[in-house]
Design a protein around this ligand. Sequence first.
Ligand code: PXP
Length: 242
Amino acid sequence: MTHLDLSVNVDHVATLRNARGGAFPCPVEAARIAVEAGADGITVHLREDRRHIRDRDVERIRTEVATQLNFEMAATEEMVAFAERIRPPYCCIVPEKRAELTTEGGLDVLRAGPFLAQAVQRLRAADVRVSIFIEADPAQIEAAARLGALAIELHTGTYAEGPVADRATQLARLRRGVEAARAAGLLCHAGHGLTYDTVGPIAAWPEVTEVSIGHFLISQSVFEGLPAVVRRFRTLIDAARG
Ligand code: PXP
């Protein structure tokens, strides 16, 4: 079975740092520790309001941490220009609303304006591999392929954060998304809301090549320590992978 990459999202290390306006805990240091513990990549989301990760954090992770950086961004001129400058290996384009607590749903590729297509083309021209954070809806997935994305990231929030009784239904819906991605020739990533309890069924699908995990992983680190949590996710993912 192919290896499943674990990309650790360090946004909420920055949330904790910003709570006191000082220098710690440092998301760059967290990225380094996560990679040492076995993370295959690091994800950061530079939001328009800079509520957690800041420009300098991204620049430092890009230059100081030897890892596959996945840069999450809204499709705006500011963020495309930033990505063109730092040229991360991966960009994941996400929808962004100022008042939301976190990314609330997948990007509506079908109703996006022309700038989304331009953003994908500009990122590709800068040698950035583009993924689009999306719902498991075949029409959206086919539209992402038409735009020239290399990958989609399936939104797992409804599955992971919804009632346990609903999980089988949500998994079946996600599975249809995985198959639509394969049919469209797209790589398939997954993320949002994943925990020790919910990562297994997603990791078991061989078509999924990366999971991106943040809030639970960073929260659990308060109790267990970041290296231990990364290692436990690695063990759970590898066990599910078979
Ligand atoms: N993938 C995307 C596109 C996201 O926006 C987020 C949240 O920042 C995640 C994955 C990770 O979600 P969580 O923090 O709930 O693990």
